[in-house]
Design a protein around this ligand. Structure first.
Ligand SMILES: [Zn+2]
Length: 404
């Protein structure tokens, strides 16, 4: 290596070090450790953007890894992440020694929160580890007056639409963004923006928000209470008194014997003439006539015969969630009626396209059917009394900023 090249490499390294130090200061938590930054300069990086039809085997072949090495990597990672399920649209990065060409490390971003690393450990064996992605977090405050919709108002200000959806989620149970919004309503909210290597990636959490809806002030604050016994974070959105802004759905709409058909999204072959795109619902097998309860407060937006659904009820809970109940033998409510959580809206039957008495239950979020058994549904817990003082202390700064 000539001296000029060495110097420019050294210059590049110093630049990176300075950048890393700068980010660390901004963030208070160093996001990139120095050895890693150095390694990334010294190693050659090869990025494969996963396309349809690619498998881990074809990807590794493309970057020139031996078949045996590919198997070692699969094996090393199997307890951390199943690399045979790598997804289309995501990049997978391979690092090679610049001098020897030797493969050193694999990095795969599993989702927005986690990355998988595979590299050799001290015993010269491949070792996989999932690491939390440390974003640089910057806070952003947005405020506005609604002329037509919250969405429109936010779009006019170039706010990331994902932040607006998150904001609407926080207030889904307290503000009806579809029908309850009035011209002249105002809003102000503070949220996180996530950056990586100086690039904006995505919005993070909504931290605090204030709405004035038809003259009524509605506030919401994010608060973390710590970990529960399973190590899960206890967090949520609360009003200034520490009462949850969200309400929980009933776990099941019916006393059922068993789930006869779960939620699937893949193509399903039914007969020579019929291919389904999945069963985006839960089928609860239950006796004919078993009462069916609505899982949350809402308004009936459909009650009556609906083709293959048979006797069908649809309840809109808020701007976010709707639930559907099909194959009913009886319907006890009517269109437009307001219903309360737990109210009996019908009885299990086998009307429409059904092979036996069961409740076909669908949950719809923003117009898309979701799996009610796995979706992360809101909790309705209030801040625990022992944490209430902490909570009230923590929101003072937000309340100041939101007032103006
Ligand atoms: Zn079904």
């Amino acid at each position: 290596m000539n001296n000029k090249l060495k110097l420019s490499l050294l210059g590049g390294l110093i630049m990176v070090v300075l950048l890393v130090v700068k980010f660390s200061i901004n963030n208070n938590q160093p996001t990139v450790t120095l050895p890693e930054a150095q390694a990334q300069i010294l190693d050659r990086e090869e990025v494969v953007n996963i396309e349809s039809g690619m498998t881990f085997s074809t990807i590794t072949e493309q970057v020139g890894l031996e078949d045996s090495l590919m198997h070692e990597l699969l094996e090393a990672s199997q307890d951390e992440y199943d690399l045979s399920t790598v997804r289309v649209g995501k990049p997978i990065k391979f690092y090679f020694d610049r001098q020897t060409g030797e493969f050193k490390k694999l990095v795969y971003q599993i989702d927005s929160e986690e990355e998988l690393f595979i590299e050799k450990n001290g015993a010269d064996l491949w070792q996989a580890e999932c690491k939390q992605i440390d974003y640089e977090v910057r806070l952003k405050t947005i405020s506005g007056t609604i002329d037509s919709s919250l969405y429109q108002s936010a779009v006019e200000q170039n706010v990331d639409i994902r932040a607006i959806i998150a904001l609407a989620d926080v207030f889904a149970w307290t503000v009806d963004f579809g029908m309850g919004i009035r011209v002249g309503d105002t809003y102000k909210f503070i949220f996180e923006e996530r950056y990586r290597d100086g690039q904006y990636i995505m919005p993070g959490k909504i931290l605090a928000a204030r709405f004035v809806n038809d003259g009524k002030v509605i506030e919401g604050y994010y608060f973390e209470e710590g970990l529960d016994e399973d190590g899960e974070l206890i967090d949520g959105y609360y009003d200034p008194d520490g009462i949850s802004l969200q309400k929980i759905f009933l776990k099941n709409p019916v006393d059922f014997k068993y789930i006869s058909s779960g939620y699937t999204t893949g193509l399903r072959y039914i007969s020579a003439f019929d291919i389904s795109t999945g069963h985006r619902a839960i089928d609860y097998a239950a006796s004919y006539g078993t009462p069916v309860r609505v899982v949350g407060d809402g308004q009936v937006v459909y009650a009556g015969w609906n083709g293959s659904y048979g006797n069908f009820v649809s309840v809109r809970h808020n701007d976010t969630f709707t639930t559907n109940y099909a194959h009913l033998s009886k319907i006890y409510i009517s269109y437009g009626e307001k219903v309360e959580q737990g109210e009996i809206i019908g009885a299990v039957g086998s009307t429409g396209l059904s092979t036996g008495p069961h409740l076909h239950f669908e949950m719809v979020k923003y117009g898309t059917k979701i799996n009610p058994l796995t979706v992360d549904l809101p909790s309705d817990k209030a801040v625990a009394s022992e944490n209430l003082d902490n909570f009230k202390q923590s929101i003072i700064q937000w309340q100041e900023q939101l007032k103006n």
